[in-house]
Structures are given as structure tokens and as C-alpha cells.
Design a protein around this ligand. Structure first.
Ligand SMILES: [Zn+2]
Ligand SMILES: [Zn+2]
Length: 176
């Protein structure tokens, strides 16, 4: 099988995050021999061992096991179509606690990753990230610098997202 690896509209790099790993499997959904395995969660009644990333991307895995890939909440403003896409066709974002998946321009945002691994000034200094950091520091009682240094040491987790339509960044707090 030499199909090109699928891209995910709402998850930038599940390969880099090792949510999808290189491993020879026979996919339980499509039955194909694949060199890649989905190594994230599928919330379903069944125990799962071998699902290929293509069956995550096309929704067949979620459909077959009547499950979904995320344990998160969604804002009202996110379109139903994008919510379903995140739940049924997007690798799971590992988190400590259910958080609210951010939206922008009326659509769910794309998950970029743990902010610790994306500390470019372009992200941190953008107005929307500053707004979100301000909100997080208000909620936690920490200063902005404390929020960032706590995130660096892994005491808290900051998850970076980006609007798929306008490119605006969003940051979400994921508490241990
Ligand atoms: Zn498959
Ligand atoms: Zn936007």
C-alpha cells in the first residue's frame, strides 16, 4: 500500500505527536495491510488494537465502532459540520481533562500542538494568543510569565490551535 498519508483538517501533525506511528498492521476497519497505525484513543464500546490513519480520516473507524475520537466540549459558535469532523475524523488530542475545543470564524480550529514545542514569537506575541493568555492568567491567578514558565515545566499544559480560515491562533489551558 503506497497511498499518501492522510492530512487532517483539524489536527496539524498527528505524526509528529506520535498519535499515528509507523507499525505494520492489518487494519480492523478496511482490512488492508498498512505500515502506519493510529495510536490514539477511540472512545467506543470495543477494545481496539489496529486502525489505520486512512480509516480515521475518512470516518469509517468511528462509524464502524460507533465511537468518537475526542473527549472535549465545543463552543456554540462552532459549526455542527466542523464539530462532527473533529469527533469522527480527527485523531484524538491527548489531554488531562476535557477542555473546550476552540472555534474561530464559526468553525473548529486546527490543533497545532503543545505550546511548549511551539514557542515562536509569532505565536506568543500574536494578539489572539495574548488575549487567551490574559484570560488564562485571570482564571489561574498567575501572571502571564508564570503561565508560560509553568507550561514550560509541565505543571500546566497550553494547547495551541489555529483558525483554519483566517490563521488566528488560540491557546487553551489544559489542567493536570
Ligand atoms: Zn483502515
Ligand atoms: Zn478565524
Amino acid at each position: 500500500m503506497t497511498d499518501p498519508l492522510p492530512d487532517f483538517r483539524y489536527y496539524a501533525d498527528p505524526y509528529g505527536d506520535r498519535t499515528i506511528i509507523e507499525e505494520d498492521i492489518t487494519c480492523r476497519v478496511c482490512g488492508a495491510q498498512r505500515a502506519w497505525k493510529y495510536d490514539g484513543v477511540l472512545y467506543a464500546a470495543d477494545e481496539l488494537d489496529a486502525i489505520c490513519p486512512w480509516c480515521v480520516a475518512n470516518g469509517h473507524a468511528a462509524e464502524k465502532f460507533d465511537g468518537c475520537f475526542q473527549d472535549v466540549m465545543f463552543p456554540e459558535a462552532a459549526s455542527e459540520e466542523s464539530v462532527l469532523w473533529v469527533l469522527m475524523r480527527t485523531p484524538s488530542v491527548a489531554s488531562w481533562n476535557p477542555f473546550e475545543w476552540p472555534e474561530h470564524c464559526g468553525e473548529c480550529c486546527r490543533y497545532i500542538g503543545d505550546l511548549r514545542n511551539h514557542r515562536h514569537p509569532g505565536y506568543i506575541e500574536s494578539a489572539s494568543v495574548q488575549t487567551d493568555l490574559f484570560e488564562i492568567s485571570r482564571k489561574t491567578g498567575l501572571t502571564r510569565d508564570e503561565v508560560l514558565s509553568w507550561a514550560d515545566t509541565g505543571s500546566i499544559y497550553l494547547r495551541l490551535f489555529q483558525c483554519v480560515q483566517c490563521g488566528t491562533y488560540r491557546v487553551i489551558l489544559d489542567l493536570d
